[in-house]
Design a binder for this molecule. Structure first.
Ligand SMILES: Cc1cc2nc3c(=O)[nH]c(=O)nc-3n(C[C@H](O)[C@H](O)[C@H](O)COP(=O)(O)OP(=O)(O)OC[C@H]3O[C@@H](n4cnc5c(N)ncnc54)[C@H](O)[C@@H]3O)c2cc1C
Ligand code: SF4
Length: 509
C-alpha cells in the first residue's frame, strides 16, 4: 500500500520517527505555496528562511534515499494549496493512504482535518515529536485552578522532566532567578563575534520576486545568517552556550542602540521550524551549567525558563484558548497601526531602533517586542488584529501558535488577563532604565506635556486614566493607580490632551 506523507515548512525534524527507515512504499511531499507565503504580508527574510530550510531538508531526505516530491514556488504543476497538490499526487502516484503530523497552527489544523476527511483514501495523523507537552496538557493542568499562571506550570515542568532539580528541590534554592535578570548593559562586557553562518540566497530571493509574493523589510542576499539545517542549528546552540550564556540572564532585558542580539541565543527560528528540539536545547544548557563554572544558576535557569516554561506555556495556552482567543479585544481598541511600523520613520529613538532591528534583521528580542513596540501599540490603542498581523509578518520566528499568545495575550492584554497578570505598559522610565535609547532622542524623557515631552509619558498616564475602571480590581495595578490618583488634576488634563494628539496622529511623532 503506497502512503503519502506531508511535511509542512515548520516540520523539518530529521530525527522524527518517520525518517528512521527508508520505506519504498512511502512517498514524502513538500510544497512551497503562495498561500502560505501570503496569508499575511511577510518580511522577505521570513520567506527566504522557510524556503531555504525546506530546500535544505529536501536535499537531506534525498541523500538518505527517501522518496520525495517537492514543489517549488514557481513550478508549473504547483497548485499552491495543500488540497489540490495532494489530490494531484494521490491520483498520479496511485496513493492508498495519507499521513500528516499535527500542525501547530489552528488554521492549518482545521484545513488538514477537513482535507483528510474529504479524501477518498484512509488517513492518519501523528505527533510532530517536538514539544515537551502534548497540545492538551495545559488545559488538563489548569482545569481546576483559578488562575493560569506560567510560574506554577513551569515548576510542574521542572519537576516532571527533572530539570535543574536535586533531591526534589530546585537547584540554587529558588525556582526563579528573574530578579537577577534585569541589568542594563553599559558596554562593560564584550559581545562576542556572531556565530558564522552565511548563506547566499540570491536565487531564492529572485524566485520569490518572480512568484509575485509581496514582502517587506531588507535582506543581505549574500550573507543570510539564520541556521537553515540541523547542523547549523546545533552550531548556533553550541556557540550560544559557550559564548553568550555566561551573561544571558544578566542582560536578558537590556537594550542598546549598537547591538541587535546582545546575549540572546537567536535560536527561535531553528526551534520553531523544528531543526532542533526544546529538549536538546534544555539538556545542553543544563549539562553546561554543571560542567562550566562560567555559567551560574541564574543564567542557566533564566534561559531554561524561556524554553521549558514560556515556550511550552504559550503553546498550551494557544490550544486551550483557540479559536475565540483570536477575536479577543478586552479594551475594544480600534486604531490603525502607525505607518512607521512599516518604515521605521519616527523621531522616537527607542521605537526607531527596535524597528530598525526588526526591518533589517527580521528580529527583535523579547523586551524590544514587549516593552517598546508592543507597549507603544497598546498605549496608542491599536486594534489587536493589526498588531497581530504586523508581528506575524515581521519576525522570522513568527508562527501563530507562539506569536498570538505573545502579542494578543502578553503584549496587548486583549484577553483581559489570561496570559499576562497585568498590562505590560511603561513610560520613558523603564525604557531609560534598561537601554541607552533616551540619550540620543529628540524627546525629553522626564517631561510629560511639552512639545518635546517623551510620547510614552503622556500615553502611559492617559492609558491608566482611561482604563482605570476596567483594571481597578487588578491588585498588580494598585500602585500605579495610587500614583495616578495623586496626580494634580490640571497636569492630568494636559497629559491627556497631549496623549490624544499623539493617538490621533502618531506618525507626526
Ligand atoms: C509581542 C511579542 C511577540 C513575540 N512573538 C514571537 C514569535 O512570533 N515567535 C517566537 O518564537 N517568539 C516570540 N516572542 C517571544 C520572544 O520574543 C522570542 O522568542 C525571542 O525574542 C526570540 O529570540 P531568541 O531566540 O534570541 O530568544 P532568547 O532570548 O535567546 O530566548 C531563548 C528562547 O526562548 C523561547 N522564548 C523566550 N521567550 C518566549 C516567549 N515569550 N514565548 C515563547 N518562547 C519564548 C524562544 O524559543 C527563544 O528562542 C514574542 C514576544 C513578544 C513580547
Ligand atoms: S525619550 Fe521617550 S521616545 Fe525617546 S528614547 Fe526615551 S522613551 Fe523612547
Amino acid at each position: 500500500m503506497k502512503t503519502l506523507r506531508l511535511i509542512l515548512g515548520d516540520q523539518l525534524n530529521i530525527k522524527h520517527s518517520w525518517f528512521k527507515e527508508v520505506n519504498d512504499n512511502v512517498l514524502y511531499c513538500m510544497f512551497e505555496t503562495k498561500q502560505e507565503a501570503s496569508y499575511v504580508k511577510h518580511h522577505i527574510q521570513k520567506i527566504v528562511g522557510f524556503l531555504g530550510a525546506m530546500r535544505d531538508f529536501s536535499v537531506k531526505l534525498n541523500e538518505k534515499r527517501h522518496s520525495l516530491i517537492y514543489f517549488k514556488i514557481n513550478d508549473e504543476n504547483n497548485f499552491h494549496d495543500f488540497k489540490n497538490n495532494i489530490l494531484q499526487l494521490i491520483e498520479k502516484e496511485d496513493i492508498k493512504h495519507f499521513e500528516y503530523q499535527y500542525p501547530d497552527e489552528y488554521r492549518l489544523n482545521e484545513e488538514l482535518e477537513t482535507l483528510a476527511s474529504s479524501l477518498p483514501i484512509s488517513t492518519s495523523v501523528l505527533s510532530s515529536e517536538h514539544f515537551y507537552t502534548e497540545r492538551e496538557e495545559l488545559t488538563v493542568f489548569f482545569k481546576d485552578k483559578k488562575q493560569t499562571v506560567m510560574e506554577s506550570f513551569y515548576q510542574y515542568m521542572r519537576k516532571k522532566h527533572q530539570v535543574l532539580i536535586e533531591n526534589d528541590k530546585p537547584v540554587g534554592g529558588k525556582w526563579n532567578f528573574d530578579k537577577s535578570n534585569r541589568k542594563k548593559w553599559k558596554e562593560e562586557s564584550l559581545i562576542p563575534i556572531p556565530y558564522d553562518i552565511k548563506h547566499d540566497v540570491t536565487k531564492i530571493v529572485a524566485e520569490v520576486k518572480r512568484a509575485g509574493v509581496k514582502t517587506f523589510g531588507t535582506i543581505n542576499e549574500r550573507c543570510f545568517d539564520y541556521p537553515l539545517n540541523r547542523n547549523e542549528a546545533i552550531g548556533q546552540l553550541n556557540y550560544f552556550v559557550k559564548e553568550l550564556l555566561p551573561l544571558f540572564g544578566d542582560y536578558q532585558d537590556a537594550m542598546n542602540v549598537n547591538e541587535v542580539y546582545l546575549y540572546h541565543s537567536k535560536l527561535s527560528f531553528a526551534l520553531n521550524i523544528k531543526l532542533i528540539t526544546p529538549k536538546e536545547v534544555v539538556k545542553k544548557v543544563e549539562t553546561s551549567y554543571y560542567n562550566d563554572e562560567a555559567i551560574s544558576i541564574s543564567q542557566a535557569e533564566g534561559f531554561i525558563r524561556q524554553i521549558l516554561g514560556w515556550r511550552e506555556f504559550m503553546r498550551g495556552m494557544y490550544w486551550k484558548l483557540m479559536p475565540n482567543f483570536k477575536k479577543t479585544n478586552f479594551f475594544e481598541h480600534k486604531n490603525k497601526l502607525p505607518d512607521f511600523f512599516w518604515t521605521g520613520n519616527t523621531k522616537m529613538n527607542c521605537v526607531k531602533n527596535c524597528l530598525k532591528n526588526s526591518l533589517n534583521n527580521s528580529y527583535a528580542h523579547h523586551i524590544q517586542r514587549l516593552m517598546v513596540l508592543g507597549n507603544l501599540a497598546l498605549l496608542l490603542e491599536v486594534d489587536p488584529e493589526e498588531v497581530d498581523k504586523w508581528y506575524l509578518g515581521v519576525y522570522i520566528d513568527a508562527i501563530e501558535w507562539v506569536q498570538l499568545p505573545n502579542t494578543r495575550g502578553m503584549s496587548q492584554y486583549a484577553d483581559g488577563g489570561i496570559i499576562a497578570t497585568k498590562p505590560y505598559i511603561s513610560s520613558a522610565n523603564y525604557i531609560d532604565k534598561m537601554s541607552n535609547y533616551c540619550l540620543d532622542c529628540s524627546y525629553n524623557k522626564k517631561d510629560k506635556t511639552s512639545v518635546n515631552a517623551c510620547p510614552f509619558n503622556s500615553l502611559y498616564w492617559n492609558f491608566l486614566a482611561s482604563k482605570q475602571e476596567k483594571l481597578q480590581k487588578n491588585r498588580r495595578m494598585f500602585m500605579m493607580f495610587n500614583l495616578l490618583n495623586k496626580m494634580d488634576l490640571k497636569l492630568l488634563e494636559s497629559v491627556k490632551s497631549r496623549a490624544k494628539s499623539i493617538i490621533n496622529e502618531p506618525d507626526n511623532y
